[in-house]
Design a protein around this ligand. Structure first.
Ligand SMILES: [Zn+2]
Length: 144
């Protein structure tokens, strides 16, 4: 369903593609509030993850639902105009995201994807971050 006017769409796209998006800021705020230390956009890692927790060897990506195709999410609707063009764009994004996750995991990093729509519920977000960041099973490689 094409529910956004072109002007809204371009604003949405620029927000989703840029760094320091509102969803990303929300995740940073929550992680910071929980007392976790992290770095931003480390370019020496595959996909330059949005948040990097070096001492825990974990990373978090904050993905826009539309641009990164959140499965089953209402924000990941398909545009009606230029459908083929957008389809190939979306496919490239999803493929890149999968490859990035594989590469990071192969290097021993734990990877969490937080979707844009999941950052609206601060309590749920806080819980997820705590679970992910305190879980010793994720990250630090699989051959401990
Ligand atoms: Zn979503």
């Amino acid at each position: 369903m094409d529910i956004l006017a072109p002007q809204q769409r371009s604003r949405l796209m620029s927000r989703i593609r840029g760094k320091d998006t509102a969803p990303e800021m929300r995740v940073r705020q929550v992680a910071h509030g929980l007392g976790f230390r992290f770095r931003l956009h480390r370019r020496d890692l595959p996909g330059s993850p949005d948040l990097v927790f070096p001492s825990r060897q974990k990373v978090i990506f904050v993905h826009g639902c539309y641009w990164h195709r959140h499965p089953g999410c209402r924000y990941a609707y398909s545009p009606k105009s230029n459908a083929a063009f957008w389809c190939s764009k979306f496919e490239a994004n999803v493929t890149r995201d999968r490859r990035t996750t594989r590469e990071l995991e192969a290097l021993g990093w734990g990877v969490l994807v937080v979707w844009e729509c999941e950052t609206r519920d601060t309590d749920a977000l806080r819980k997820r971050l705590v679970e992910f960041l305190n879980n010793e099973e994720e990250g630090r490689g699989h051959d401990r």
